[in-house]
Design a protein around this ligand. Structure first.
Ligand SMILES: [Fe+2]
Length: 346
């Protein structure tokens, strides 16, 4: 099978239409197996994503003291504002500014619950308008992504509700601004999305997103107006025993203009354990029609997602957050911060 040189387009309306569903499920299966990325069109969120993009410049133009008042440092759930240059990927500084939000209506964490339960909590909003936009956006995206997940199960020849039990309680949403930067700057460095099932990205008309194919070539994912770019995360890769792989991607920073993007990350259950994960992967892989070679990968669930060192995904995810945002980690989880910094230094 030849390697991909472009990102496939899946028409959501054709998935919903019984007359065109079988053929579209087969396109979806190819996109999932061969690329790990796809454009989703006619998904129904077009006017909402357009409105959100029109509000982003104003949000990032708020005075810095307003933005800093919702800095992530205030949040044990790692939600809030991160200023330009405060994050690194692949040991290089990312040239982007961002707000992280979570699903609305999370229950308050209490000390009798596991510490990682604190990852699911209330967000911080720079303005009341931002709060209502985020709530509307997250609710609509959760509905769309749940429906999408059922089609994914069907395209893998599994019962449509197969993945429902892996859904986490708090999805995440980011508003991101990439300002004009020197040529070849890193907007965000090469990475796989790690913390959930699928990402649904709304990008503006600027471009810069690139996806790595299996031959090691960077393939452009140019903007298609109104579409969402959907990609597999390592959570889904792990649940499917590596049969559906997460694909590496990056963003090249713009040089003479500003890029805005809005990714929505579908959450995985934080209490998922490694043994449950292995069991599910085995069960799922037995039923998915793939080659024996691909099936073999299922014996080795990707360890980046969940390893023997952690009791459950929530614990692994908390470590990931503490290491990625050490200032926030040090403030809210000082003992974990000490332990994990020592491990990183070793
Ligand atoms: Fe990403």
């Amino acid at each position: 099978m030849s390697d991909f040189t472009s990102i496939p387009i899946i028409d959501f309306r054709r998935l919903r239409d019984p007359a065109t569903k079988p053929a579209t499920l087969s396109q979806l299966r190819d996109a999932i197996f061969l690329v790990g990325f796809l454009y989703l069109t006619n998904h129904g969120l077009e006017s909402l994503t357009k409105r959100a993009h029109s509000e982003l410049p104003g949000l990032f133009d708020l005075p810095s003291d307003v933005k800093e008042s919702v800095n992530m440092i205030n949040s044990p759930s790692f939600l809030g504002y991160t200023r330009l240059g405060a994050e690194t990927t692949a040991s290089r500084t990312d040239l982007r500014e961002q707000f992280d939000f979570g699903s609305p209506g999370m229950k308050e964490w209490t000390p009798d619950q596991p510490i990682w339960g604190r990852l699911e909590g209330d967000g911080q909003y720079p303005t009341p308008e931002a709060k209502s936009l985020v709530e509307e956006y997250m609710t609509a995206s959760a509905t769309l992504s749940n429906e999408f997940l059922r089609y994914v199960a069907e395209c893998l020849s599994l019962p449509s509700t197969t993945f429902d039990t892996y859904r986490g309680g708090m999805d995440r949403l980011k508003f991101i601004k990439y300002p004009p930067s020197p040529a070849d700057s890193q907007g965000v460095g090469p990475h796989k999305d790690s913390t959930g099932l699928f990402t649904f990205l709304s990008q503006d008309s600027i471009g810069g997103l690139q996806v790595l194919n299996k031959s090691g070539e960077w393939i452009n994912a140019p903007p298609i107006e109104g579409s969402l770019v959907v990609n597999i995360q390592q959570g889904f890769e792990a649940i499917t025993g590596g049969v559906c792989a997460a694909t590496t991607h990056r963003v090249i920073a713009p040089t003479d203009t500003t890029r805005y993007s809005i990714p929505f990350f579908m959450a995985v259950r934080l209490d998922l354990t490694l043994s449950q994960l292995r069991e599910s992967a085995k069960h799922i892989v037995e039923r998915v029609p793939v080659s024996d070679n691909t099936r073999k990968r299922a014996e080795d669930v990707p360890s980046e997602f969940l390893s023997e060192k952690f009791a459950c995904f929530g614990e692994a995810y908390l470590r990931n957050r503490v290491v990625s945002h050490p200032d926030v980690g040090k403030r809210w989880y000082p003992e974990l911060y000490e332990r994990y910094s020592r491990e990183v230094l070793k």
